[in-house]
Ligand binder design. Structure first.
Ligand code: SAM
Length: 281
């Protein structure tokens, strides 16, 4: 019988976020596939664990993925971990999970730290509908094209960004969505210098131009607001009063009903209707 692939998230900065299930899973599996075995060794030392590891990172997913799969098929259990956060989220893991699914190997996800969800929850921006865009392309032309495709996006947008590219990205975001668009810059989450800066794209670009960014960032950008339907006005109220009068209602009753239907002041509508020429004849 095949073994199980466990997806094990690791802290994004604060070792206090290690869960007992995560530690128990790392202790129980036969081996660990790690993005960087040196980073994971520190975690294992912290937990007092010793475990065979193999390296599974962006540039060896084919070869190393095949080794992991054959050990899973032989019945061994494996924990997949990355340097920080949830595997397969802007980190290696997607291919391995797909191949396990194709081969009928059980995949058990352990919930845990993930920078994007942590940032979204703290952003103060709408959380009901969002789109995660990961890292924008490095190449400026491709980055602008990616952002152009997001024009008119109504959902909250989340981006991962490295500090040395933050300013260029903020300028591109500002030029695409306008300087007044709200943004929450979530920096160094769960760490000593955690900071959540809720501002606008224009102000954020100005701020980081003067104050070079440090640390890890998640950018949470508000989606485009849907245009608000115009509230009904007096003119619409008067038209409705005229219709109701034609149906035989008295002026007072027509004003009362139209005001109720359209959310207008009954007295204002009645007084305005009184001044209408057809009411004076
Ligand atoms: N798989 C990880 C997860 O679940 O969040 C993401 C890995 S991705 C390679 C690294 C990016 O995540 C960083 O460049 C940054 O944008 C974001 N990130 C990771 N840790 C963070 C933290 N403590 N505070 C803010 N952003 C963080």
């Amino acid at each position: 019988m095949a073994g199980t692939l466990y997806l094990v998230p690791t802290p994004i900065g604060n070792l206090g976020d290690i869960s007992s299930r995560m530690a128990e899973t790392l202790a129980a599996v036969d081996f660990i596939a790690a993005e960087d075995t040196r980073v994971t060794l520190k975690l294992l030392n912290h937990l007092g664990l010793k475990k065979p590891m193999l390296s599974y990172y962006r540039h060896n997913t084919g070869e190393s993925g095949a080794a992991v799969l054959s050990r899973l098929l032989a019945g061994e259990d494996c924990a997949l971990v990355t340097d920080a956060g949830t595997p397969a989220i802007s980190d290696p893991g997607e291919d391995l999970v797909r191949e396990c699914a194709q081969q009928g190997i059980p995949v058990v996800p352990i919930p845990g730290p993930c920078a994007l969800v942590t940032a979204l929850a703290a952003s103060g921006l709408p959380t009901g509908r969002f789109t995660f865009e990961g890292f924008l392309p490095m190449n400026r032309k491709n980055r602008r094209a990616h952002l152009d495709a997001l024009r008119g996006e109504g959902r909250t947008m989340l981006f991962y960004e490295a500090p040395h590219k933050l300013l260029a990205t903020l300028r591109d975001l500002r030029d695409t969505f306008g300087p007044d668009r709200p943004i929450a810059l979530c920096r160094e989450l769960t760490k000593l210098h955690e900071e959540i800066r809720r501002t606008t794209l224009g102000e954020a670009a100005d701020w980081y131009e003067a104050n070079p960014p440090k640390g890890e960032f998640v950018l949470v950008v508000q989606g485009e607001s849907a245009p608000q339907p115009e509230a009904p006005g007096l003119e619409q109220g008067l038209e409705r009063v005229a219709d109701l009068r034609e149906e035989g209602l008295s002026l007072r009753d027509a004003a009362r009903q139209a005001a109720r239907e359209l959310g207008l002041s009954r007295n204002t509508l009645y007084q305005a209707a009184l001044k209408e020429p057809e009411q004076q004849s």
